[in-house]
Ligand binder design. Structure first.
Ligand code: HEC
Length: 120
């Protein structure tokens, strides 16, 4: 009898633990999305290349995506690029409601990667 109650308690605890741990797990997966540079390239071609072909800027030539410019203008991390893309800046429109956070993370990583390769 005692043994039976104990195993019930263990079962209840295990279920409670699973419930408690599940959201933590999905949150941490969300906080650090896995970067996919291939998807970043696709997003860039479809949404950014119109103005930023080969890392340039056809609207504001000085505000290009070359590494030196990104350093100077302090948009030289994935987070800073993602924030600018999400919120927009000047003539450049915001992409927060057009692209998913994953697409923005991927295109930001792609921009930084290509800038480091000098867009070659
Ligand atoms: C309609 C043209 C246009 C499109 C499309 C566009 N941008 Fe821009 N982008 C601009 C302009 C203009 C600026 C300069 C904004 C400012 O500082 O006034 C800019 C600035 C930037 C900067 C900062 C560069 C710097 O030197 O200050 C980054 C990074 C950037 N864009 C990335 C992107 C990405 C990634 C996309 C696609 C998701 C994108 N842009 C789409 C026009 C565009």
């Amino acid at each position: 009898m005692e043994h039976h109650i104990l195993s019930k308690i263990i079962t209840v605890l295990a279920i409670a633990l699973a419930i408690v741990l599940t959201p933590i797990h999905s949150l941490s997966a969300h906080a650090q999305p896995r970067i996919n540079l291939d998807q970043g390239a696709v997003v860039f071609k479809a949404n950014c290349a119109g103005c930023h072909i080969k890392g340039g800027n056809i609207v504001r030539r000085g505000k290009n995506l070359k590494l030196k410019t990104l350093h100077k203008r302090k948009v030289d991390t994935e987070e800073a690029i993602a924030s600018l893309v999400t919120n927009g800046k000047g003539i450049m429109s915001a992409y927060g409601d057009k692209l998913t956070p994953e697409e923005i993370a991927n295109v930001s990583a792609y921009v930084l990667q290509r800038a480091k390769e000098n867009w070659k």
